[in-house]
Ligand binder design. Structure first.
Ligand SMILES: [Fe+2]
Length: 402
């Protein structure tokens, strides 16, 4: 597809997007907000809840106080802890079976992106059981409101608690697809800083830089709006002020809370304004070499920003202000370079690799195809790359060329 056709599709989608409901979830932010959730649910007349989570969350004891408080409020509940990384349709169907047999009136998802995404998609199985979940793949196929959903993230990165998307995997695990529809926006998001208190460093750095990537890609893309730009700026500012602090283990509940907010706003920014080549290039790398999403994005981000060159200088200079590293006397080009250097330094300070030497020469065509298919024509990237440009990006990420 040529550039004019791609841009026409992107503009049409942007116009269509303006007619949709972008209401945000109700937000509850702070230390111990999960513990307070049962009372809030009761106030909302929600009496029977299905808790969706994974075994790690249970073992870490993150739900103990919450469950005691559910008992105290006289709520009926069931815990389903069968979610594993890369959730499948089958897991979503299992959630729906539990929801229906409990006659539940709400789903409470507590976990990382996989748990949140599985719970979102399960809502579709519950309200539209006559169709297979695979029929909803893509953009705006759901339409029908899903059950009342509460999302409680236990990592700060995916921003799924604020997005319209659910990403599922095929049963074999080597194919991923997204269901995107505004009705999947959660009703309530609980950002409890206590829940990310004991995260290992690797689950702070990668996901944190993923959230930063969401903000940057949304900001430099052509489908951003005044609101998504504000959200993206908030994410950059909060990440610059808090990510390294939390990574370094500073005991600071406010910093953790800000990290969760940064992740949430990054999610709000990209769910409307899309991501771009960093995600497309990185998703292919994840599929080929089983690399983690967040740190792979982090590695790819500065290289792709450099490839865009001066085309994005003004946008990056604006983000440099948010990151607190701009030179007020400097030109946009200079401040854009400062921003990219700051990303490099953030990566380096958290042990994120500058290159991915695992990339094999013989995989370059396949990787390029994978990334091009994801990005074109949907992603409103600032500059449309040819397949040769994308292949060159992979060589740069590999560290083969500058
Ligand atoms: Fe991401």
């Amino acid at each position: 597809m040529n550039e004019i056709a791609s841009r026409t599709i992107q503009k049409t989608l942007k116009a269509l997007s303006g007619t949709l409901d972008w209401s945000e979830p109700e937000l509850h932010v702070g230390e111990g907000t999960l513990r307070q959730l049962p009372r809030l649910l009761k106030e909302k007349q929600l009496k029977k809840v299905l808790i969706v989570t994974d075994k790690g969350i249970i073992q870490a004891g993150l739900l103990e106080q919450f469950i005691m408080n559910l008992d105290e409020q006289g709520m009926t509940y069931r815990v389903f802890d069968g979610i594993e990384p890369n959730p499948t349709i089958e897991m979503c169907e299992e959630i729906a079976i539990h929801f229906n047999s409990l006659h539940a009136d709400a789903i409470i998802a507590v976990g990382g992106g996989s748990v949140l995404d599985a719970a979102k998609a399960a809502g579709i199985v519950i309200t539209q059981p006559e169709k297979p979940l695979s029929a909803f793949r893509g953009l705006l196929k759901v339409w029908k409101k899903t059950p009342y959903t509460v999302m409680v993230p236990t990592t700060a990165g995916t921003g799924s608690e604020g997005t319209i998307a659910s990403v599922l995997s095929s049963a074999t695990g080597n194919e991923k697809y997204a269901i995107m529809d505004n009705v999947l926006t959660p009703d309530l998001a609980v950002l409890d800083s206590d829940l990310i208190q004991t995260l290992p460093k690797s689950l702070i750095a990668g996901p944190g830089m993923d959230a930063l990537t969401h903000a940057v890609e949304a900001y430099i893309g052509q489908s951003n709006t005044a609101e998504t730009k504000e959200h993206a700026k908030t994410t950059v500012k909060l990440m610059s002020e808090n990510l390294k602090k939390v990574y370094d283990g500073e005991v600071d509940a406010e910093a953790r809370e800000n990290l969760l907010l940064a992740s949430y706003y990054g999610g709000r920014a990209f769910t409307r304004a899309y991501v771009g080549y960093v995600h497309a290039i990185s998703h292919a790398l994840t599929a080929y070499y089983n690399l983690p999403h967040g740190s792979t994005n982090a590695t790819v981000l500065p290289h792709v920003l450099r490839l865009f060159g001066d085309n994005i200088a003004d946008s990056l200079a604006e983000l440099a202000v948010e990151a607190g590293i701009e030179n007020p006397e400097g030109s946009a080009v200079e401040n854009a370079k400062r921003f990219i250097k700051w990303v490099d330094e953030m990566n380096e300070s958290m042990g994120i690799a500058k290159h991915i030497p695992e990339i094999k020469e013989t995989d370059l065509d396949g990787l390029t195809e994978h990334a091009a298919k994801e990005a074109h024509p949907l992603y409103p990237v600032p500059v449309i790359f040819t397949r040769d440009d994308i292949k060159e990006a992979y060589r740069i990420v590999k560290g083969e060329i500058e």
